[in-house]
Design a protein around this ligand. Sequence first.
Ligand SMILES: NC(=O)c1ccc[n+]([C@@H]2O[C@H](COP(=O)([O-])OP(=O)(O)OC[C@H]3O[C@@H](n4cnc5c(N)ncnc54)[C@H](OP(=O)(O)O)[C@@H]3O)[C@@H](O)[C@H]2O)c1
Length: 266
Amino acid sequence: MAPGTTSLIRGRALVTGGSSGIGLAFARALAARGCDLTLVARNADRLAQTAEELHRTYGVDVQTLQADLAGDEGIEKVAQRLEDHADPVQVFISNAGHGIHTPLTTGQVDQHDDATALMVRSVLILGTRTAYAMRERGTGVIVNVGSVSGMLPLGGYAAIKAWVNTFSEAMSLELRGTGVQVTGLVPGWVRTEFHDRAGIRTSSIPDFLWLDAQRAVTDCLADVDKGKVESIPSKRYKLIAFFLRRAPRTLVHAISRAMMAKRGRG
Ligand SMILES: NC(=O)c1ccc[n+]([C@@H]2O[C@H](COP(=O)([O-])OP(=O)(O)OC[C@H]3O[C@@H](n4cnc5c(N)ncnc54)[C@H](OP(=O)(O)O)[C@@H]3O)[C@@H](O)[C@H]2O)c1
């Protein structure tokens, strides 16, 4: 953040997927900065326990919203909360998501369809409606959680995250000069429940490629304060992203095929 300027990170933050992993790390970091919180997820018991623990630790107000963001009803409930000017959300962390284990060509489309609803449709609707509400107020922060995997042709999940990465960048450009800051978080592998939940085997991923969720979020919030369009936590992933964006596609395809083969072996 430039000297003499005030951080846009203040007021209430709404975090989708705020009960686990990267979302929970955002909730902790934002509460530590004094933000009140609204946490969104499907599991109501876990939401309530998380809210109680965050309130007890940081003394901030913590609301919970139980919603399935893969469905229209859940998306509408959260969108209305984001548009509420009476108790405005100043920071929106669009984070909820899950992995996809099913390859694209098995004839089974349900998991891809569900993942697209959660990580494309809900991100689109909540992001655009929030952006409009924040633009009217002339202030706000939106963080969209994409992924480095969006830079590789690695199945349906990568295709979805490529969309999130580009969507976030496009929003950021449209909102330049409005007082609303959009930053795309583009992490590499982060240790969370994500891989276990999706049944993704991780034994072939070397230790040095794993990021800590709290560290990734600290880097991201520092980048938000600097007004950055994109945040790629850690030097190693900045380097990997630099390489992937400039490498010949034939080489990127060879890397992707090797990664897919390793995943198959577990
Ligand atoms: N971990 C990684 O290596 C990694 C790397 C790059 C990007 N990401 C992205 O980071 C984001 C967070 O992932 P994570 O690693 O923190 O995973 P995680 O630990 O499994 O947390 C996922 C969170 O999303 C919520 N969620 C899942 N499906 C939902 C739905 N349909 N509606 C509402 N909430 C839902 C979960 O709560 P409920 O189950 O209670 O709903 C949970 O709070 C995702 O977008 C993921 O794609 C992760």
